[in-house]
Design a protein around this ligand. Structure first.
Ligand SMILES: [Fe+2]
Ligand SMILES: [Fe+2]
Length: 342
C-alpha cells in the first residue's frame, strides 16, 4: 500500500491491459483514504450510546429476516413453530455476532501488521487506523448483544479457528484483503436485509444499520486497494493469492453456519440441513457476486481458477466474466459516492 512496500513488489509480468501509472494508482488509494477519513469524522457510532440496550433482547420479533436464516425452507424449518423460528433467529444472530468478532479480529491483526512498517504520514495509514477503530467498536457492539441475548457465547468451529490462525500466519496483505472483503460483502447484504425488513427486533436492526454505514467505507477502501495493488504484485504472489483466495472465501462462507446453534436448540441434523440448503447456498453465492465480479476483473478468477470457485459453491448461477468489469465499476462508483459524499 505504501510506496516503499509496493516498490519491492513490482510485477515481473507484462499486464494484458495498459496499467495505470504507479503515481495514478497511489493517488487513487490516497484519494479514497482521504475522503473516507472525512466521512468517518462526520459519521461514526458509539456502541454503548447509539444502541438502546434497555430494550430486552427477547423473542418478541425475528432478529434476522426468515429468508436469511440458513435453515429457511428446509425440512427442520417446516417442522418449527413461529415461536421456535424466532428463537432460532435470536441464536443465529448471536452466532453471527460471534462470527463478526472473529472475522474482525483477523482483519484488525492483518491491518495492524501491515501498518507496523508503514509511515504515519501516508493517507492509507491514517485511514486504516480509523478502520481498526471502527472494527473495535463493532466487536464491542456485537459483544454487548451476545451478553444480553440469553444464548451461549458461540464461537466459530474450532477447525475454522485453526484455519484463521494458519491464514494469519501465511497470508500476504493483498491476498488477505480478499478474505476481508468477502466477509464484509456477505455481512453487508445480511445487515441491509436486517435493517430494511419491517418488524425486525429493534436492537438487531440498529446494530445492522450502524454496521452497514461504517462497513460501506471499509468495502470502498478494500475494493480500491485491491484494484490498485493486485496488478502490482509479482507473479509468484499473484499466483499464490489466486490459489488461496477461494479457500479463504470458502472459510468465510463456512463461518456463517455454526453447529453449536443446532446442538443448543436440539435440532437433529440441523447443521447439515443448513449447510446443504440450496436456498442458503445460492443466496450466499449471490451475496458474493460483487466480490467475484471484481476478482474476475482482476483475473484472480480466470479460466484456470474458475473451476475451484465453482466447485466450492462460491459463484452465483450465472456470473459471466465478460460482464464483470461493467458491473463492478458501477457498484464501486455508487458505493464511493454513497460513503464519501462525493
Ligand atoms: Fe465491522
Ligand atoms: Fe469492516
Amino acid at each position: 500500500m505504501t510506496g516503499a512496500t509496493t516498490a519491492t513488489r513490482r510485477s515481473r509480468d507484462a499486464p494484458t491491459r495498459p496499467p495505470r501509472s504507479s503515481a495514478t494508482r497511489a493517488s487513487t488509494t490516497a484519494a479514497i483514504a482521504t475522503r473516507l477519513v472525512e466521512a468517518s469524522r462526520r459519521k461514526s457510532f458509539d456502541p454503548f450510546n447509539d444502541v438502546d440496550w434497555s430494550i430486552p433482547i427477547d423473542d418478541s420479533a425475528f432478529h434476522i429476516p426468515p429468508e436469511f436464516l440458513p435453515l429457511y425452507g428446509t425440512r427442520p424449518w417446516k417442522d418449527m413453530s413461529r415461536r421456535e423460528r424466532i428463537t432460532y433467529s435470536r441464536h443465529e444472530c448471536a452466532a453471527l455476532c460471534a462470527t463478526g468478532i472473529w472475522l474482525e479480529n483477523i482483519l484488525m491483526r492483518l491491518v495492524l501488521r501491515h501498518l507496523y512498517a508503514a509511515p504515519a504520514d501516508n493517507e492509507a495509514h491514517r485511514y486504516l487506523l480509523v478502520e481498526v477503530a471502527d472494527e473495535c467498536r463493532h466487536s464491542t457492539m456485537f459483544g454487548e448483544y451476545i451478553r444480553r441475548a440469553g444464548t451461549p457465547a458461540y464461537r466459530p468451529h474450532r477447525l475454522l479457528r485453526l484455519a484463521g490462525r494458519l491464514m494469519l500466519a501465511t497470508a500476504e496483505t493483498t491476498a488477505g484483503f480478499i478474505s476481508i472483503l468477502a466477509a464484509e460483502e456477505v455481512l453487508d447484504v445480511n445487515n441491509r436485509a436486517m435493517m430494511n425488513t419491517p418488524g425486525i427486533h429493534p436492537v438487531a436492526a440498529t446494530m445492522a444499520r450502524i454496521h452497514v454505514i461504517e462497513e460501506a467505507r471499509h468495502v470502498a477502501f478494500a475494493r480500491t486497494y485491491l484494484h490498485d495493488e493486485w496488478p502490482r504484485l509479482d507473479w509468484l504472489s499473484r499466483s499464490r493469492g489466486a490459489v488461496l483466495a477461494p479457500i479463504y472465501v470458502k472459510g468465510t462462507v463456512e463461518s456463517l453456519t455454526n453447529p453449536a446453534v443446532y446442538r443448543e436448540l436440539g435440532i437433529p441434523g440441523g447443521w447439515r440441513a443448513a449447510r446443504s440448503n440450496p436456498h442458503h447456498r445460492q443466496r450466499v453465492a449471490g451475496d458474493l457476486r460483487s466480490l467475484t465480479d471484481l476478482l474476475a476483473e482482476l483475473d484472480v478468477i480466470n479460466r484456470w481458477s474458475r473451476p475451484a470457485w465453482s466447485a466450492l459453491g462460491l459463484l452465483p448461477a450465472s456470473s459471466p466474466v465478460s460482464a464483470a468489469t461493467r458491473t463492478t465499476r458501477a457498484r464501486t462508483t455508487g458505493r464511493l459516492t454513497q460513503v464519501a459524499g462525493g
